[in-house]
Ligand binder design. Structure first.
Ligand code: MF3
Ligand code: CO
Ligand code: CO
Length: 276
């Protein structure tokens, strides 16, 4: 009888970034697409008065209906299917029974595990009309994500991603969060390489075809410093300035990059138009 080690990979984060073949890319396409569909489903649901718990339940049902699991549920003691990070919350906000309020901006981060492969993606959402400075921050952050992804190709290094993100964010008088980063993934949720969203001369990994990772810049209107609340998860800006984040799962190809978590509906950044 053969022994399937693939059920135990989470504990085996590799030091060298693993290189994946066509079968992995196919699995990542399917997991990434389902994750993007979950984020699309939320566009309709984010409204004033709705609770983040209701959004959590919607994604939990969606995952179950499609033969997938939320990778965050029970991950290191986390008890929810999504992360919901509102206004000055930087990341890992936990769904609760407080209603969303007109003018809030929130990041919803979904990680679905489908047939052994992880899709990890997040977008910003507007609750009704939001202040101009909030929508500008979301625009800047989306642009940071896409500039970071555009920098990915074999022969470059991880600092090309950080440089593209940091230079644009700072030119727009915003700051890049240092305490959280992107990560390799595949059959494992958090793997090598670490993807920093700023330049770090002491950490620079060559990008090679077959690498799978996330790019997920967190950008603040104020200073970059964050603190984690006593619940052990919720990270907020120290100066209480607004924070935004977008995340895609990507793979390095022979010639460039493939994004696995693009919205099938073209809902890349808010405001999302519900018109057909
Ligand atoms: N999805 C997050 C990421 O981008 C991780 C969330 S872990 C949780 O890496 F436990 F907070 F859900
Ligand atoms: Co991630
Ligand atoms: Co994520």
């Amino acid at each position: 009888m053969s022994y399937d080690t693939s059920t135990k990979v989470e504990s085996r984060r590799s030091a060298e970034p693993p290189l994946h073949g066509p079968e992995a890319f196919e699995g990542m396409r399917r997991a990434g697409r389902l994750t993007a569909e979950a984020l699309d489903l939320l566009v309709d649901l984010v409204q004033p008065g709705v609770t983040t718990q209701a959004l959590d339940e919607a994604v939990a049902h969606f995952a179950r209906d499609h033969g997938a699991y939320s990778a965050t549920l029970l991950y290191r003691g986390y008890r929810h299917s999504i992360c919901t990070s509102i206004n000055h919350v930087v990341c890992h906000g936990m769904p609760n029974d407080k209603p969303l309020r007109e003018g809030d901006i929130l990041n919803i981060d979904v990680t679905l595990l489908l047939d052994g492969w992880h899709g990890d993606s997040s977008r910003m959402y507007f609750v009704g009309d939001v202040p101009r400075k909030a929508s500008r921050l979301c625009d800047v952050t989306y642009e940071c994500l896409m500039r970071g992804i555009d920098a990915v190709r074999p022969g470059r290094t991880t600092n090309a991603i950080g440089a593209a993100i940091q230079s644009f964010a700072e030119r727009e008088r915003c700051s890049v969060v240092r305490d959280f980063c992107g990560h390799g993934l595949g059959r494992v949720f958090h793997d090598a390489p670490t993807i920093l969203h700023y330049v770090e001369p002491n950490y620079d990994v060559p990008l090679k075809a077959g690498m799978l990772f996330t790019v997920e810049p967190m950008i603040n209107l104020g200073k970059p410093q964050v603190k984690v609340l006593s619940d052990g998860w919720t990270a907020v800006t120290r100066d209480r300035s607004l924070s935004a984040q977008f995340e895609h799962t990507v793979g390095v190809t022979e010639t460039g990059v493939e994004i696995f978590t693009l919205s099938p509906k073209g809902w890349h950044k808010p405001p999302y138009s519900l018109a057909p």
